[in-house]
Design a protein around this ligand. Sequence first.
Ligand SMILES: [Zn+2]
Length: 122
Amino acid sequence: MAEQFVTLHCTPCPSCRFDAGQRIADGRLRWEESQYCPAYGVEACGGGWGPGPEWVRARIAAREGTVRLAVGGADGVPLRAVREVYGLSLPQLREARARGLDATPVEAELLRGGGPRAAGGG
Ligand SMILES: [Zn+2]
């Protein structure tokens, strides 16, 4: 779930600047976004756990590119990790296994490391 800390003017205006990114926190994927508007003098940030909304991933992909990952098998990232990170349904997971997956660099790092660590794990 997204966490919003500041209420913005409802409709982004031409002066609005957006930024978005992902990072690994506590062994899990986290996304963050920020908005700054010099016209209205507002700043806001939000974020949540997981890969984030599609526009966040699109922005990261445009800036940093994506990494094609094999899913499953000896050379692929673990299916369990893919499912945990993206919350895929089984048909989506089968498709990812068949076609591979376009991950952001941070997602790829997490998936190659075996996926999210279990909460409170040791
Ligand atoms: Zn604005």
